[in-house]
Design a protein around this ligand. Structure first.
Ligand code: HEM
Ligand SMILES: [Ca+2]
Length: 262
């Protein structure tokens, strides 16, 4: 029930405003594009209503949100960029455009700004009034997982193995902290000094699972020599991920400030 033209009448400049802000943030720091993509992924995978801005809520003295979850804490970035886009959009259309939609569009614009594919972002998501620390800890895949568990966590969200492999191509961009690959580089044998999965050069254990003698190898091999196929599959999978069980109609709310419920 999301539609691409959702804001065409109610806030015609919304998409242009997001695009301009993302372009300048990425021009200032390339990595920000990666951080915004990951922020959207961690939003969509957590909370009953999927891509609902739940990841953007700050902790309060009485509420511990998703920012404190193990995969997110001291790791997620880009909140300031989303705040600044939200403030600009509130300046042109008061309480019309959801934080969840801003994040979905910013993720797409980030990928485009870094030379990746584009896709049409469906819109009309509303913002959650809740967040889920437990779901963040349980449903966001850990870099130590093997292929079968990676497949399972994505299938729990209605995403296929093909989608999981394509979406993992999100790791074409961005950075990881040492703690997330130290065990792998010192103790695993399926690793080479520089980086490319087919040559055992994946940074994360979970990345190398996509080329490790198992059922994911053929799709990974295809992507390594066919960027167009990777782009098509990645875009299709992003659309599916972005559509995970949204809040629509009069459910949820349009937050005034992405960091707190109204
Ligand atoms: C398949 C399961 C996945 C696992 C196990 C995983 C795990 C991780 C880990 C451990 C990091 C490094 C975090 C840090 O060290 O602070 C990371 C970074 C990142 N992930 Fe994933 N991830 C997965 C899927 C995805 C997906 C589906 C996307 C997007 C489509 C994505 C996009 C990113 C990006 C862009 C970064 C870099 C962020 C930055 O530089 O700020 N990841 N991921
Ligand atoms: Ca969410």
């Amino acid at each position: 029930q999301l539609t691409a033209n959702f804001y065409d009448k109610s806030c015609p400049n919304a998409l242009y405003t997001i695009q301009t802000a993302v372009r300048s943030a990425v021009a200032k720091e390339n990595r920000m594009g990666a951080s915004l993509l990951r922020l959207h992924f961690h939003d969509c995978f957590v909370n009953a209503s999927g891509c609902d801005g739940s990841v953007l809520l700050d902790d309060t003295p009485t509420f511990t949100g998703e920012k404190s979850a193990v995969p997110n804490n001291n790791s997620l970035r880009g909140f300031d960029v989303i705040d600044s886009i939200k403030a600009q959009i509130e300046g042109i259309c008061l309480q019309v455009v959801s934080c969840a939609d801003i994040l979905a569009v910013a993720a797409r614009d980030s990928v485009v700004a870094l030379g990746g594919p584009t896709w049409v972002v469906n819109l009309g998501r509303r913002d959650s009034m809740t967040a889920s620390l437990d779901t963040s800890n349980n449903d966001i895949p850990a870099p130590t997982l093997d292929l079968s568990d990676l497949t399972k966590l994505f299938s729990n969200k209605g995403l296929s193995t093909t989608d999981m492999i394509a979406l993992s191509g999100g790791h074409t961009i961005g950075q990881a902290r040492c703690v997330n690959f130290r065990d792998r580089i010192y103790s695993e044998t399926n690793i080479d000094i520089s980086l490319n999965l087919l040559n055992k050069k994946g940074v994360l254990h979970s990345d190398q699972q996509l080329f490790n003698g198992g059922s994911a190898d053929s799709q990974t091999t295809t992507y390594s020599s066919n960027m167009a196929k990777f782009f098509t599959d990645f875009s299709a999978a992003m659309v599916k991920m972005s559509n995970i069980s949204p809040l629509t109609g009069s459910s949820g709310q349009i937050r005034k400030n992405c960091r707190k419920v109204n």
